[in-house]
Design a protein around this ligand. Structure first.
Ligand code: GRF
Length: 192
């Protein structure tokens, strides 16, 4: 596939709402942006984010998750076809295999709603509130075979107030997620 001069080809994997995808699309549309979002894949063909992406004239594919290898093989073909340089996971709720990571062989990033290495996995806000943490936050990290354990590229904190509950904290953290994901991509492109 033809490359856009001065741009890095990005693919995004999502599972649902796609608000982080939206922030990446907005970022890609800015003047002098380093990225072009070429492809969005979801394991859930009804994901809201797919509709938004196709409205933005981005190629979208819903690949039902029959099993991991079927999903991964179909995705790998598309990543190759569209000459993708960086894969961004954004609210993608499946775990990619080591085989997939090796075969793609380019950077894969993920966004996680906690201050890694704290709270890998699910229910991060619940755990932070339960432990009476003073801060929560979001992290962008490189994807490796071990869940939520690759090198952290960017992280931002947010205060947990006594009045916060899971919902209010989720809202605050989501706001910073939208802020740091585009920054983290630029960071690895400028300084790989
Ligand atoms: C985000 O909080 C992300 O960090 C988490 O799932 C949520 C996805 O939201 N893993 P969206 O689909 O980007 O709106």
């Amino acid at each position: 596939m033809e490359k856009y001069p001065g741009k890095t080809n990005i693919a995004v994997f999502i599972s649902g709402r796609g608000s982080n995808l939206k922030s990446l699309i907005n970022h890609s549309k800015k003047k002098n942006s380093l990225i072009k979002i070429i492809l969005v894949i979801s394991n859930n063909p009804d994901a809201k984010g797919l509709k938004y992406a196709s409205k933005a004239r981005i190629k979208t594919y819903g690949i039902k998750f029959k099993n991991k290898s079927n999903f991964e093989n179909n995705s790998l073909k598309l990543l190759k076809k569209y000459d993708i340089d960086v894969l961004c996971l954004a609210g993608f709720m499946k775990i990619l295999s080591g085989n997939f990571i090796k075969k793609f062989s380019k950077p894969i990033l993920n966004i996680h709603p906690s201050l890694l290495p704290k709270y890998k996995g699910l229910n991060t806000h619940e755990r932070a509130i339960k432990n009476k943490d003073k801060f929560a936050g979001a992290s962008i990290h490189k994807v490796t075979e071990k869940l939520d354990s690759g090198k952290v590229i960017l992280q931002k904190k947010v205060k947990i107030l006594r009045s916060d509950n899971v919902k209010s904290l989720e809202k605050k953290v989501l706001k910073i997620e939208h802020e740091i994901y585009p920054k983290a991509i630029d960071k690895i492109l400028i300084n790989p």
